[in-house]
Design a binder for this molecule. Structure first.
Ligand code: K2U
Ligand code: ZN
Length: 193
């Protein structure tokens, strides 16, 4: 983790015992948990705060710029993001609970997307270039923010995860099947290792 990320996570998640953050295993496609619609979070408990902290630790370790709870086997509507670029810039870890896209631009943006649950596979995916997202923060307050650039792509990718949708679901069936077969082979090899 970059210096300062752990401090930022502690501030954001109010988890005093930060040294105990856990890197959780990331589920690899195909897996039914990645195709399930996640359930809303009803109470912000210490377990939810710990989940947010662990997901940020897992995301930074991957490394990634986003991660959704179903990817670590928790079928709850919670995602984390930090799309800050460049070593110099301070990290901006975000935890979004029950996020909703409340507005999306007509204008689109195409990005060569990957996924931590579909390692080393990439495809050009077109999405709205800008979105307004409303969510509940770990502070129990409603938040709403306008996202553009990589932040917009990432938050839409993560919200898709909460709805059981993967970036390969936007591809033609044959391309999706080829990638799925590669992941099945990877999982067999990992099981033998
Ligand atoms: O949900 C995930 O699997 C994490 C995704 C988030 C993401 C996917 C596509 C485009 C933007 C974000 C990535 O695997 S995180 C890896 C990454 C790193 C830098 C830039 C893009 C993706
Ligand atoms: Zn993903």
């Amino acid at each position: 983790m970059r210096s300062g990320e752990r401090k930022e996570i502690a501030k954001l998640t109010d988890i005093a015992y930060i040294p105990c953050m856990t890197i959780r295993p990331i589920i690899i496609h195909p897996d039914p948990r990645l195709k399930t619609v996640a359930a809303p979070v009803t109470d912000i408990t210490d377990a939810v705060r710990r989940l947010g902290a662990d997901m940020l630790e897992t995301m930074y370790d991957a490394p990634g710029i986003g991660l959704a709870a179903p990817q670590v086997g928790v079928l709850s509507r919670l995602l984390v993001m930090d799309c800050v670029k460049g070593e110099g810039a301070p990290p901006r870890p975000m935890v979004l609970i029950n996020p909703e896209i409340v507005a999306a631009s007509e204008e689109t943006n195409t990005y060569d997307e990957g996924c931590l649950s579909i390692p080393e596979q990439y495809a050009e995916i077109t999405r709205p270039a800008e979105v307004d997202v409303r969510w509940m923060g770990l502070d129990g307050e409603e938040h709403q923010e306008h996202f553009d650039g990589l932040w917009a792509t990432c938050v839409q990718h993560e919200i898709d995860h909460l709805n059981g949708k993967l970036f390969i679901d936007y591809l033609k069936p044959l391309k999706r099947q080829i990638i799925t077969r590669r992941m099945q082979k990877l999982k067999r090899e990992r099981a033998r290792a």
